[in-house]
Design a protein around this ligand. Sequence first.
Ligand code: G4P
Length: 556
Amino acid sequence: MTLGKEVGKDAGKDAGKDPGKDVGREVGRRRTFAIISHPDAGKTTLTEKLLLFAGAIHIAGSVKARKASRHATSDWMEIEKQRGISVASSVMQMEYGDCVINLLDTPGHQDFSEDTYRVLTAVDAALMVIDAANGVEAQTLRLLEVCRARNTPIITFVNKMDREVREPLDLIDEIERTLRMAVIPFTWPMGMGRGFRGVFDLRRDSMRVFRPGEDKLSDEDENIEGLDNPAISVRFPEIAAGARAEIELIRGASSEFDHAAFLAGLQTPVFFGSAINNFGVREVLDALVDLAPPPGSRRAFQRKVQPAEPGFSGVVFKIQANMNPAHRDRIAFVRVCSGRFERGMNLRIVRNGKDIRTNGVVSFLSQRRDLLDIAYPGDIIGIPNHGTLQLGDTLTEGERLQFTGLPFFAPEIFQTVEIGDPMRSKQLKLGLAQLGEEGAIQVFRPHSGGALLLGAIGTLQFEVVAHRLKHEYGVEARLVPAKYQLARWITSDNSRELKRFIDINAYRVAYDAVDAPTFLAAFGAELSVAEENWESIQFHKMREHAGLEFQTHLDA
Ligand code: G4P
């Protein structure tokens, strides 16, 4: 198997000779993607199998172990307590063919989490897993909206063809309608459930015969060349005629695959298979390598940053409490955006001009916390810190750059925090500040004083916060539903108008973790009225880290 460390080391050997060229070559072979799906569609199973096919066999077991008891909230919390595992398996690196593949896990809870959105900002492509029995489900749709907003290319895997599922034609029709994307089947199933006989590769004009079992890799697969091959009718008389007719139909009806349209998120190649049976998995890996894009340029406020630039830059897209609560250390997940990272180098946090050393940087390969030596654009590095790094921070070798695009979403559910023991209020404040910085929850300080308000998009976020306050900060907090239902960040070109708005609406304004003023409303109508009456104020549903305020600070 290939360790990320070794990949990095090999790449590093030549680096001294011609660093610029080396970065370009390494960028070209990086593929960084996330798997998205509705819970139970088979994300964990497919992740395991991708790792298996890429040769990273021992990781596969740990993915499964992690998933083992994740079905209910309480189980999730138990497993989440073992943060080490969860940190380590949230990014996996493997080598397949000539490529280095970085696979980012998206949280698999039923409930929506902002964290997932932010993880999607760090990838160049997404792999969507659909349960063939259920079609496109709510969570998938939400995640897809994020991908669409960012034009992230999507490869689709329709899983569980070994079960009695929905008609494939219905499924692709649904994908096209709900996701508003042209579906281009690369393979087509022949039969399903107990009658599942394989998939037909529309490009190679070849049938791959299905054989159930977890113990095989697809090198052992049997192929029958040609749709007209009599062997298909002889071997599989029960499905041959029907499958042929359907494949002819699909061939006639589906558009040509257009790589540019795929890269723009307008077309999605679709593969059918059964992850649990290791079937159809290799095609997906091949598609990732062949079709998914290498890291591209990224927008910063100041300029566009090209990945092959020699200077290092990276952005913090996720912060997670580490396995050792006693030390309160956290890991900042940094996506390398340009240049070459070498362990030990000094990096500047552009927000405040502070430098950090990176001796203790970790890679995320499985449960191993190998020290990472070298990383290139598309790779993810983990920097342990005690709160120095914040979500959205840009790290460089000194250049004043601030990447854009890390979203914070307006919360939809609000609760106030009360504590039984006033002696613990300092711990509560500390806990909430840290959890707020991690992005686990949004914390608002009302303009007119009073109890802190917590805002989230899914209710699970509140449970997690209460649990963590208790176990990590020793605070028994009571979370009580608040009257608010929506929030909008407010800005204005006219600072006097903004101040006037805040004064007049004092009881409905609060400040978030970076002191951005926010308008709170109990009903949608309140917001509409405010928007009508205050043309000089802009109401935002989404905020980017250190947006305009930062720009001002930087220009000052
Ligand atoms: P998730 O991460 O998306 O939540 O899904 P996961 O991989 O855990 O899969 C959900 C369930 O679907 C699991 O069953 C898994 O075994 C099953 N599954 C995954 N791929 C396939 C497939 O290709 N065919 C069939 N028939 N089933 C599949 P479980 O009973 O919930 O868990 P387990 O006891 O099997 O681990």
